[in-house]
Design a binder for this molecule. Structure first.
Ligand code: ADP
Ligand code: TRP
Length: 321
C-alpha cells in the first residue's frame, strides 16, 4: 500500500500542519510504502520570493527530519526535483473539465479572501492530481481542507482511465477526525496564509506570546464556560493527556476558570511536546548540506517510480512515436 502526502513551503510549519499531516505521516513509516514531499511548485502559486522559498523548503525538510521522519523508511523529496510531475500535469489538464476546477472550495475561498488569482492557483488541483497519480498512491492523509482536492484527483484519474484504458490507481483521502481542523489564534483554521499560526519550532518567548494571543470569549471568571466552542480548549486537547483533558473540562464547567491559566498550561504542554526534537532541529539548521543530501537521495528514489508511470501515460496518449 502506498501512502503519500505533501506540504507547501509557503511559510513556517505550524501545529495545524503537525497534527493534520506530519504526525500521521510519520506514524505510517513502518506500515506502508511512504511518500512525503515538499511541494515547492505549489507554493509558487502564493509565494514569489526566491530567497524565502529556498529557505522555507529547507526549513520544512528540517522540521520533518527533526520530528522523526527517517529517510531510509520512506521516500522524502522536493517536488520540483522530479520534473516528470510537470509533464504529467500538462497531460492531465486535457482530462480535467473547467467546471471541476471552478467548483474547488479552496480556490473560491482564496478569491473570497481578496486574493487576485493567477492561473497557477486555478490549476493547482491538477498539479496535485499529478503528484498523487504519478506515484500510483492509495492513501492520502490530509487535513479536512484538502479532501476535495483528492476527490478532484479521483475524478481526473477516472476520466483518464475511462478514455485511455486503466492506468491510474484511484486514491482515497484519509482524514484524521480527531484533529480535522486545528484552530489558529484567531479561532479560524490555523493556516500559514492567515497569520494565525503557532509554529512548531519557535523560541519560548515567541511561543508564550502567541499562545497568550489566542482569542477567548468574554465570559466572566465567575461564570461557567463552554469548552466545546473554545479554541483554547481545542488546542489544549491536542497536547494534554485524556485525564488532564477531562479535568480541564470540569474546570470549564465550574465557576472560577481564568483563561490565562489555561494559556499558561498550554505553553508548557506545547514546549514540552516538541522538546525532544529541538536539538536535532538546531543541528539540521547548522548543516543544510545534510538536508540537501537527504532530499537528493529521496528524489532519486521518487524519480525512478515517476519515470515508470510517465512512460505508461505517454504510451497511452501516444506521446511516444
Ligand atoms: P496551510 O493552510 O498552513 O498553508 P497547507 O495547505 O500547506 O497548510 O497544508 C499542509 C497539510 O497540513 C495539509 O494536509 C493540511 O490539510 C494540513 N493542515 C493545514 N492546516 C491545518 C489545520 N489548521 N488543521 C489541520 N490540518 C491542517
Ligand atoms: N495541496 C496540499 C496542501 O496545501 C499540498 C499537496 C500538494 C498535497 N500535493 C499533494 C497533499 C499531494 C497530498 C498529496 O496541503
Amino acid at each position: 500500500m502506498r501512502v503519500l502526502s505533501g506540504i507547501q513551503p509557503s511559510g513556517t510549519l505550524h501545529i495545524g500542519n503537525y497534527f493534520g499531516m506530519m504526525k500521521p505521516m510519520i506514524g505510517y513509516m513502518d506500515q506502508a510504502e511512504l511518500f512525503v514531499f515538499i511541494v515547492n511548485l505549489h507554493a509558487l502559486t502564493s509565494l514569489q520570493d526566491a530567497e524565502t522559498l529556498r529557505r522555507n523548503t529547507l526549513d520544512a525538510a528540517a522540521d520533518f527530519l527533526a520530528l522523526g521522519l527517517d529517510p531510509e523508511r520512506c521516500i522524502f523529496w522536493v517536488q520540483s526535483d522530479v520534473p516528470e510531475v510537470c509533464e504529467l500535469t500538462w497531460i492531465l489538464h486535457n482530462f480535467t473539465s473547467m467546471g471541476l476546477l471552478e467548483r474547488s472550495h479552496s480556490y473560491k475561498d482564496k478569491i473570497a479572501r481578496g486574493l487576485t488569482p493567477n492561473h497557477g492557483l486555478f490549476a493547482y488541483p491538477v498539479l496535485m492530481a499529478a503528484d498523487i497519480l504519478l506515484y500510483q498512491s492509495n492513501i492520502i492523509p490530509v487535513g479536512q481542507d484538502q479532501k476535495q482536492h483528492v476527490e478532484i484527483t479521483r475524478d481526473i484519474a477516472q476520466a483518464f482511465n475511462h478514455r485511455m484504458g486503466e492506468t491510474f490507481v484511484l486514491p482515497e483521502p484519509e482524514i484524521n477526525d480527531d484533529v480535522a481542523v486545528v484552530p489558529g489564534v484567531d479561532g479560524q483554521k490555523m493556516s500559514k496564509s492567515y497569520n494565525n499560526t503557532i509554529e512548531i519550532f519557535t523560541d519560548r518567548e515567541a511561543l508564550r506570546k502567541r499562545v497568550m494571543s489566542v482569542v477567548t470569549d468574554a465570559t466572566p471568571v465567575e461564570a461557567p464556560k463552554n469548552p466545546d466552542t473554545c479554541s483554547l480548549f481545542a488546542l489544549y486537547k491536542l497536547f494534554a493527556s485524556p485525564e488532564d483533558v477531562e479535568a480541564m473540562r470540569s474546570r470549564y464547567l465550574a465557576p472560577g476558570l481564568k483563561y490565562v491559566d489555561v494559556k499558561k498550561a498550554l505553553v508548557e504542554l506545547i514546549w514540552n511536546h516538541f522538546e525532544p526534537h529541538r536539538d536535532k532541529r538546531a543541528e539540521l539548521t547548522r548543516s543544510p548540506d545534510t538536508v540537501r543530501d537527504i532530499l537528493a537521495y529521496g528524489a532519486g528514489k521518487a524519480r525512478a517510480i515517476a519515470r515508470e508511470t510517465l512512460a505508461l501515460v505517454q504510451e497511452r496518449v501516444g506521446l511516444n512515436y
